[in-house]
Write a protein that binds this ligand. Sequence first.
Ligand SMILES: Cc1cc2nc3c(=O)[nH]c(=O)nc-3n(C[C@H](O)[C@H](O)[C@H](O)COP(=O)(O)OP(=O)(O)OC[C@H]3O[C@@H](n4cnc5c(N)ncnc54)[C@H](O)[C@@H]3O)c2cc1C
Length: 362
Amino acid sequence: MDEVIVVGAGLAGLVAAINCARSGHKVTVFEKEKQVGGAAHIRPAVDVTPMDREALAGFIGIELKEPQVVPTEEFILYIYGKRYSIPGPWLHLHSVERGSRKTSLDQYLYKTALDAGVKFEFGAAIEDQEQYACLPFYSIIATGLTAEPFHAMRRPALNVYGHIARGTEKGAPRMIAFFDRDTKYYRYFANQNGVAFGLGFDAAPVEESLRDEWNREMEEREGWRFKQWLPHEGVVATPRIDSPALFASYRILAGTFAGMQDPFVLFGVHGSLCSGKIAAMAVEDRERAWRLFKDFTSGYKVSWSVKKIFDHLPHAGRNIALRSILSLYGSHQGRMQPFVEFLMRTLPGYGRLPEGWIWRKK
Ligand SMILES: Cc1cc2nc3c(=O)[nH]c(=O)nc-3n(C[C@H](O)[C@H](O)[C@H](O)COP(=O)(O)OP(=O)(O)OC[C@H]3O[C@@H](n4cnc5c(N)ncnc54)[C@H](O)[C@@H]3O)c2cc1C
Protein backbone atom coordinates (compact mmCIF):
# COMPACT_ATOMS: atom_id res chain seq x y z
CA MET A 1 0.00 0.00 0.00
CA ASP A 2 1.05 3.61 -0.51
CA GLU A 3 3.03 5.37 2.14
CA VAL A 4 1.18 8.15 3.97
CA ILE A 5 3.04 11.05 5.59
CA VAL A 6 1.39 12.81 8.53
CA VAL A 7 2.83 16.07 9.88
CA GLY A 8 2.03 16.66 13.57
CA ALA A 9 1.50 14.03 16.29
CA GLY A 10 -1.41 15.80 18.03
CA LEU A 11 -5.02 14.67 18.29
CA ALA A 12 -5.89 14.94 14.61
CA GLY A 13 -2.54 13.62 13.32
CA LEU A 14 -2.62 10.57 15.59
CA VAL A 15 -6.25 9.69 14.78
CA ALA A 16 -5.45 10.06 11.06
CA ALA A 17 -2.30 7.93 11.38
CA ILE A 18 -4.09 5.15 13.30
CA ASN A 19 -6.91 4.99 10.75
CA CYS A 20 -4.57 5.03 7.74
CA ALA A 21 -2.43 2.27 9.27
CA ARG A 22 -5.52 0.18 10.00
CA SER A 23 -6.51 0.55 6.32
CA GLY A 24 -3.18 -1.05 5.38
CA HIS A 25 -1.03 2.02 4.59
CA LYS A 26 2.58 2.45 5.68
CA VAL A 27 2.38 5.56 7.85
CA THR A 28 5.16 7.89 9.05
CA VAL A 29 4.42 10.79 11.39
CA PHE A 30 6.79 13.80 11.52
CA GLU A 31 6.61 15.60 14.85
CA LYS A 32 8.42 18.82 15.72
CA GLU A 33 8.86 18.04 19.43
CA LYS A 34 11.00 15.26 20.90
CA GLN A 35 7.93 13.34 22.11
CA VAL A 36 4.15 13.39 21.76
CA GLY A 37 2.16 15.89 23.80
CA GLY A 38 3.00 19.18 22.10
CA ALA A 39 5.17 22.08 23.22
CA ALA A 40 6.45 21.78 26.81
CA HIS A 41 5.52 25.34 27.83
CA ILE A 42 1.78 24.67 27.35
CA ARG A 43 1.67 21.10 28.68
CA PRO A 44 0.56 19.24 30.74
CA ALA A 45 -2.75 20.94 30.15
CA VAL A 46 -6.44 20.28 30.60
CA ASP A 47 -8.62 20.98 27.56
CA VAL A 48 -12.38 21.00 28.04
CA THR A 49 -14.88 20.31 25.28
CA PRO A 50 -18.47 19.19 24.82
CA MET A 51 -18.64 15.66 23.44
CA ASP A 52 -20.76 12.56 23.15
CA ARG A 53 -17.96 10.20 24.13
CA GLU A 54 -19.57 7.02 22.77
CA ALA A 55 -20.59 8.53 19.42
CA LEU A 56 -17.20 10.17 18.92
CA ALA A 57 -15.33 6.97 19.82
CA GLY A 58 -17.56 5.09 17.36
CA PHE A 59 -16.73 7.54 14.60
CA ILE A 60 -12.97 7.67 15.05
CA GLY A 61 -12.72 3.93 15.79
CA ILE A 62 -10.79 4.49 19.03
CA GLU A 63 -12.13 4.01 22.55
CA LEU A 64 -12.22 7.23 24.61
CA LYS A 65 -12.13 6.53 28.32
CA GLU A 66 -10.92 7.61 31.76
CA PRO A 67 -8.46 8.83 32.90
CA GLN A 68 -7.71 10.51 29.54
CA VAL A 69 -11.26 11.76 28.92
CA VAL A 70 -13.39 12.44 32.02
CA PRO A 71 -16.84 14.06 32.33
CA THR A 72 -16.44 17.59 33.76
CA GLU A 73 -18.46 17.77 36.98
CA GLU A 74 -19.10 21.48 37.21
CA PHE A 75 -18.86 24.49 34.94
CA ILE A 76 -18.49 27.75 36.87
CA LEU A 77 -18.95 31.00 34.99
CA TYR A 78 -18.09 34.47 36.26
CA ILE A 79 -19.87 37.08 34.17
CA TYR A 80 -18.46 40.50 35.08
CA GLY A 81 -18.13 39.39 38.71
CA LYS A 82 -21.36 37.41 39.11
CA ARG A 83 -20.94 33.68 39.70
CA TYR A 84 -23.07 31.00 37.98
CA SER A 85 -22.73 27.25 38.49
CA ILE A 86 -23.87 24.83 35.78
CA PRO A 87 -23.63 21.03 36.01
CA GLY A 88 -21.01 19.86 33.46
CA PRO A 89 -23.27 17.08 32.07
CA TRP A 90 -25.89 19.67 31.06
CA LEU A 91 -23.43 20.90 28.42
CA HIS A 92 -21.95 17.41 27.84
CA LEU A 93 -18.59 18.82 28.94
CA HIS A 94 -15.55 16.53 29.12
CA SER A 95 -12.07 17.25 30.45
CA VAL A 96 -9.19 15.93 28.35
CA GLU A 97 -5.66 15.64 29.70
CA ARG A 98 -3.08 16.83 27.16
CA GLY A 99 0.68 16.40 27.15
CA SER A 100 3.07 13.50 27.54
CA ARG A 101 2.08 12.07 30.94
CA LYS A 102 0.83 8.47 31.03
CA THR A 103 -2.71 9.70 31.71
CA SER A 104 -2.87 12.07 28.70
CA LEU A 105 -4.93 11.47 25.57
CA ASP A 106 -1.86 12.22 23.42
CA GLN A 107 0.09 9.37 25.07
CA TYR A 108 -2.86 6.96 24.77
CA LEU A 109 -3.30 7.72 21.05
CA TYR A 110 0.47 7.40 20.54
CA LYS A 111 0.46 3.89 22.04
CA THR A 112 -2.56 2.97 19.91
CA ALA A 113 -0.70 4.25 16.82
CA LEU A 114 2.42 2.20 17.65
CA ASP A 115 0.22 -0.88 18.04
CA ALA A 116 -1.24 -0.17 14.59
CA GLY A 117 2.30 -0.09 13.12
CA VAL A 118 2.73 3.69 12.69
CA LYS A 119 6.35 4.96 12.54
CA PHE A 120 7.40 8.24 14.17
CA GLU A 121 10.16 10.76 13.44
CA PHE A 122 10.52 13.08 16.45
CA GLY A 123 12.34 16.43 16.40
CA ALA A 124 11.32 16.72 12.73
CA ALA A 125 9.71 20.12 12.13
CA ILE A 126 8.20 20.79 8.70
CA GLU A 127 8.11 24.55 8.81
CA ASP A 128 8.85 26.39 5.61
CA GLN A 129 7.32 26.58 2.16
CA GLU A 130 10.05 24.47 0.51
CA GLN A 131 9.59 21.65 3.00
CA TYR A 132 5.83 21.62 2.42
CA ALA A 133 6.39 21.67 -1.35
CA CYS A 134 8.56 18.53 -1.02
CA LEU A 135 5.87 16.51 0.77
CA PRO A 136 4.12 13.89 -1.39
CA PHE A 137 0.63 14.86 -2.64
CA TYR A 138 -2.10 13.90 -0.18
CA SER A 139 0.18 14.03 2.83
CA ILE A 140 -1.84 14.93 5.94
CA ILE A 141 -0.95 18.23 7.66
CA ALA A 142 -2.14 18.35 11.30
CA THR A 143 0.12 20.88 13.00
CA GLY A 144 -2.50 22.40 15.32
CA LEU A 145 -2.26 26.07 16.24
CA THR A 146 1.48 26.55 15.61
CA ALA A 147 1.96 29.68 13.50
CA GLU A 148 4.73 28.63 11.06
CA PRO A 149 2.79 26.01 9.05
CA PHE A 150 -0.13 28.47 8.66
CA HIS A 151 2.31 30.96 7.08
CA ALA A 152 4.17 28.35 5.01
CA MET A 153 0.92 26.95 3.57
CA ARG A 154 -0.64 30.44 3.29
CA ARG A 155 -3.56 29.44 5.51
CA PRO A 156 -5.54 32.16 7.33
CA ALA A 157 -4.82 32.48 11.07
CA LEU A 158 -5.51 35.06 13.75
CA ASN A 159 -2.82 35.99 16.29
CA VAL A 160 -3.74 35.62 19.96
CA TYR A 161 -1.88 36.74 23.10
CA GLY A 162 -2.25 36.06 26.78
CA HIS A 163 -0.99 34.16 29.80
CA ILE A 164 -0.89 30.48 30.67
CA ALA A 165 -1.20 29.27 34.27
CA ARG A 166 0.10 25.94 35.51
CA GLY A 167 -0.45 24.30 38.88
CA THR A 168 -1.88 21.32 40.72
CA GLU A 169 -5.42 20.65 41.93
CA LYS A 170 -6.67 17.31 43.17
CA GLY A 171 -10.47 17.78 43.19
CA ALA A 172 -13.06 16.50 40.71
CA PRO A 173 -12.75 17.98 37.17
CA ARG A 174 -14.17 21.50 36.99
CA MET A 175 -13.99 24.32 34.50
CA ILE A 176 -14.00 27.92 35.67
CA ALA A 177 -14.40 30.65 33.05
CA PHE A 178 -14.30 34.43 33.44
CA PHE A 179 -15.83 36.94 31.07
CA ASP A 180 -14.89 40.43 32.25
CA ARG A 181 -13.22 43.69 31.24
CA ASP A 182 -9.69 42.21 31.26
CA THR A 183 -9.91 40.63 27.80
CA LYS A 184 -12.30 40.67 24.85
CA TYR A 185 -12.02 36.88 24.83
CA TYR A 186 -12.10 35.07 28.17
CA ARG A 187 -9.98 33.12 30.60
CA TYR A 188 -10.58 29.58 31.73
CA PHE A 189 -9.11 27.26 34.35
CA ALA A 190 -9.58 23.50 34.47
CA ASN A 191 -8.28 20.53 36.42
CA GLN A 192 -8.00 16.80 35.86
CA ASN A 193 -5.81 13.97 37.20
CA GLY A 194 -4.11 16.37 39.65
CA VAL A 195 -3.17 18.90 36.95
CA ALA A 196 -4.54 22.46 36.93
CA PHE A 197 -4.25 24.64 33.84
CA GLY A 198 -5.40 28.09 32.85
CA LEU A 199 -5.38 30.35 29.82
CA GLY A 200 -6.45 33.99 29.57
CA PHE A 201 -6.24 35.45 26.07
CA ASP A 202 -7.26 38.07 23.57
CA ALA A 203 -6.61 39.20 20.00
CA ALA A 204 -4.41 42.00 21.41
CA PRO A 205 -1.48 41.69 23.87
CA VAL A 206 -2.70 41.21 27.46
CA GLU A 207 -1.06 43.23 30.27
CA GLU A 208 1.35 41.28 32.45
CA SER A 209 0.11 42.95 35.64
CA LEU A 210 -3.22 41.14 35.24
CA ARG A 211 -1.61 37.82 36.16
CA ASP A 212 -1.40 38.81 39.87
CA GLU A 213 -4.99 39.93 39.80
CA TRP A 214 -6.12 36.66 38.17
CA ASN A 215 -4.10 34.61 40.66
CA ARG A 216 -5.58 36.43 43.64
CA GLU A 217 -9.10 36.11 42.25
CA MET A 218 -8.79 32.35 41.66
CA GLU A 219 -7.39 31.78 45.13
CA GLU A 220 -9.98 33.90 46.91
CA ARG A 221 -12.98 32.70 44.94
CA GLU A 222 -12.21 29.05 44.17
CA GLY A 223 -9.19 28.20 46.36
CA TRP A 224 -6.85 27.43 43.44
CA ARG A 225 -3.34 28.88 43.39
CA PHE A 226 -1.10 28.92 40.33
CA LYS A 227 2.62 29.19 41.03
CA GLN A 228 3.73 29.40 37.41
CA TRP A 229 2.51 31.87 34.79
CA LEU A 230 3.92 32.13 31.28
CA PRO A 231 3.26 34.54 28.44
CA HIS A 232 1.39 32.98 25.52
CA GLU A 233 1.54 33.95 21.87
CA GLY A 234 -0.11 31.81 19.25
CA VAL A 235 -2.79 31.68 16.61
CA VAL A 236 -6.34 30.46 16.26
CA ALA A 237 -7.75 29.05 13.06
CA THR A 238 -10.93 31.08 12.72
CA PRO A 239 -10.19 34.52 11.22
CA ARG A 240 -12.51 34.12 8.23
CA ILE A 241 -16.03 32.94 7.55
CA ASP A 242 -14.59 30.45 5.05
CA SER A 243 -11.60 29.26 7.15
CA PRO A 244 -12.38 25.51 7.26
CA ALA A 245 -10.72 23.65 4.36
CA LEU A 246 -9.97 19.97 3.85
CA PHE A 247 -7.53 20.40 0.95
CA ALA A 248 -4.80 22.93 0.09
CA SER A 249 -2.12 22.54 -2.60
CA TYR A 250 -2.92 18.82 -2.97
CA ARG A 251 -2.35 18.26 0.74
CA ILE A 252 -5.00 17.03 3.18
CA LEU A 253 -5.53 19.34 6.15
CA ALA A 254 -6.59 18.05 9.56
CA GLY A 255 -7.41 19.32 13.06
CA THR A 256 -7.37 23.00 13.94
CA PHE A 257 -4.98 23.52 11.01
CA ALA A 258 -7.98 22.63 8.80
CA GLY A 259 -10.06 25.26 10.63
CA MET A 260 -11.89 22.56 12.62
CA GLN A 261 -12.30 24.94 15.53
CA ASP A 262 -15.52 26.35 16.91
CA PRO A 263 -15.23 30.10 16.17
CA PHE A 264 -17.13 31.25 19.25
CA VAL A 265 -15.53 29.58 22.27
CA LEU A 266 -12.60 28.18 20.21
CA PHE A 267 -13.13 24.55 21.22
CA GLY A 268 -10.84 22.44 19.04
CA VAL A 269 -10.65 18.99 20.63
CA HIS A 270 -13.89 17.59 19.23
CA GLY A 271 -13.33 18.85 15.69
CA SER A 272 -9.71 17.68 15.66
CA LEU A 273 -10.60 14.12 16.68
CA CYS A 274 -13.34 13.96 14.01
CA SER A 275 -11.08 15.59 11.48
CA GLY A 276 -8.34 12.98 11.92
CA LYS A 277 -10.80 10.32 10.79
CA ILE A 278 -11.99 12.43 7.84
CA ALA A 279 -8.37 13.07 6.75
CA ALA A 280 -7.67 9.32 6.74
CA MET A 281 -10.83 8.84 4.70
CA ALA A 282 -9.61 11.48 2.22
CA VAL A 283 -6.57 9.34 1.42
CA GLU A 284 -8.95 6.66 0.11
CA ASP A 285 -11.98 8.59 -1.12
CA ARG A 286 -11.66 12.36 -1.47
CA GLU A 287 -15.25 12.99 -2.56
CA ARG A 288 -16.77 11.19 0.42
CA ALA A 289 -14.38 12.84 2.86
CA TRP A 290 -15.14 16.28 1.40
CA ARG A 291 -18.92 15.75 1.80
CA LEU A 292 -18.44 14.70 5.42
CA PHE A 293 -16.09 17.63 6.12
CA LYS A 294 -18.66 20.09 4.73
CA ASP A 295 -21.38 18.52 6.85
CA PHE A 296 -19.24 18.59 10.01
CA THR A 297 -18.44 22.29 9.57
CA SER A 298 -21.93 23.34 8.46
CA GLY A 299 -22.63 25.27 11.70
CA TYR A 300 -19.37 27.23 11.42
CA LYS A 301 -20.69 30.23 9.46
CA VAL A 302 -23.54 30.93 11.90
CA SER A 303 -21.23 30.67 14.90
CA TRP A 304 -18.57 32.85 13.20
CA SER A 305 -21.17 35.57 12.46
CA VAL A 306 -22.51 35.54 16.05
CA LYS A 307 -18.94 35.83 17.35
CA LYS A 308 -18.27 38.86 15.08
CA ILE A 309 -21.31 40.64 16.55
CA PHE A 310 -20.32 39.62 20.09
CA ASP A 311 -16.75 40.94 19.59
CA HIS A 312 -18.10 44.33 18.58
CA LEU A 313 -20.39 44.68 21.61
CA PRO A 314 -19.11 47.00 24.34
CA HIS A 315 -18.55 45.33 27.74
CA ALA A 316 -21.92 46.57 29.01
CA GLY A 317 -23.69 44.89 26.08
CA ARG A 318 -21.78 41.63 26.55
CA ASN A 319 -22.61 41.68 30.24
CA ILE A 320 -26.35 42.10 29.56
CA ALA A 321 -26.37 39.46 26.79
CA LEU A 322 -24.51 36.82 28.82
CA ARG A 323 -26.39 37.46 32.08
CA SER A 324 -29.77 37.33 30.27
CA ILE A 325 -28.91 33.93 28.78
CA LEU A 326 -27.77 32.62 32.16
CA SER A 327 -30.77 33.90 34.09
CA LEU A 328 -33.01 32.26 31.48
CA TYR A 329 -31.04 29.07 32.11
CA GLY A 330 -31.64 29.49 35.87
CA SER A 331 -35.41 29.83 35.53
CA HIS A 332 -36.24 27.80 32.38
CA GLN A 333 -33.68 25.04 31.99
CA GLY A 334 -36.07 22.88 29.97
CA ARG A 335 -36.87 25.66 27.51
CA MET A 336 -33.18 26.49 27.12
CA GLN A 337 -32.35 22.95 25.98
CA PRO A 338 -33.15 23.50 22.26
CA PHE A 339 -30.94 26.64 22.30
CA VAL A 340 -28.11 24.66 23.89
CA GLU A 341 -28.55 21.87 21.33
CA PHE A 342 -28.40 24.49 18.54
CA LEU A 343 -25.18 25.94 19.99
CA MET A 344 -23.68 22.46 20.24
CA ARG A 345 -24.34 21.90 16.55
CA THR A 346 -22.05 24.78 15.68
CA LEU A 347 -19.19 22.77 17.23
CA PRO A 348 -17.41 20.95 14.37
CA GLY A 349 -18.78 17.43 14.13
CA TYR A 350 -20.90 17.56 17.27
CA GLY A 351 -24.39 16.25 16.64
CA ARG A 352 -23.34 15.38 13.08
CA LEU A 353 -21.76 12.03 13.81
CA PRO A 354 -23.41 9.78 11.22
CA GLU A 355 -25.36 6.78 12.33
CA GLY A 356 -23.69 3.46 11.83
CA TRP A 357 -20.24 4.45 13.09
CA ILE A 358 -20.29 2.03 15.98
CA TRP A 359 -17.05 1.35 17.80
CA ARG A 360 -16.58 -2.36 18.40
CA LYS A 361 -14.31 -3.76 21.07
CA LYS A 362 -11.94 -6.33 19.59
C1 LIG B 1 -3.15 26.71 25.28
C2 LIG B 1 -4.29 26.10 24.53
C3 LIG B 1 -5.44 25.69 25.20
C4 LIG B 1 -6.50 25.11 24.51
N1 LIG B 1 -7.61 24.71 25.21
C5 LIG B 1 -8.61 24.08 24.57
C6 LIG B 1 -9.76 23.61 25.28
O1 LIG B 1 -9.87 23.77 26.49
N2 LIG B 1 -10.72 22.95 24.60
C7 LIG B 1 -10.63 22.73 23.27
O2 LIG B 1 -11.55 22.12 22.70
N3 LIG B 1 -9.57 23.19 22.56
C8 LIG B 1 -8.58 23.85 23.16
N4 LIG B 1 -7.48 24.33 22.47
C9 LIG B 1 -7.43 24.15 21.06
C10 LIG B 1 -6.53 22.93 20.82
O3 LIG B 1 -5.39 23.31 20.13
C11 LIG B 1 -7.23 21.86 20.13
O4 LIG B 1 -8.31 21.48 20.89
C12 LIG B 1 -6.41 20.61 19.79
O5 LIG B 1 -5.18 20.49 20.44
C13 LIG B 1 -6.17 20.65 18.35
O6 LIG B 1 -5.73 19.40 17.94
P1 LIG B 1 -4.79 19.30 16.68
O7 LIG B 1 -4.56 17.87 16.42
O8 LIG B 1 -5.32 20.14 15.58
O9 LIG B 1 -3.44 20.00 17.17
P2 LIG B 1 -2.48 19.59 18.38
O10 LIG B 1 -3.11 18.59 19.25
O11 LIG B 1 -2.00 20.87 18.95
O12 LIG B 1 -1.26 18.86 17.63
C14 LIG B 1 -0.39 19.51 16.74
C15 LIG B 1 0.92 18.74 16.74
O13 LIG B 1 1.71 19.19 15.65
C16 LIG B 1 3.04 19.43 16.11
N5 LIG B 1 3.62 20.44 15.22
C17 LIG B 1 3.39 21.76 15.22
N6 LIG B 1 4.09 22.36 14.25
C18 LIG B 1 4.78 21.40 13.61
C19 LIG B 1 5.69 21.40 12.51
N7 LIG B 1 6.02 22.52 11.90
N8 LIG B 1 6.22 20.21 12.11
C20 LIG B 1 5.90 19.05 12.76
N9 LIG B 1 5.05 19.01 13.81
C21 LIG B 1 4.50 20.16 14.23
C22 LIG B 1 2.85 19.91 17.53
O14 LIG B 1 4.04 19.78 18.28
C23 LIG B 1 1.74 18.99 18.01
O15 LIG B 1 2.23 17.79 18.51
C24 LIG B 1 -6.41 24.94 23.13
C25 LIG B 1 -5.27 25.37 22.45
C26 LIG B 1 -4.21 25.94 23.14
C27 LIG B 1 -2.98 26.37 22.38
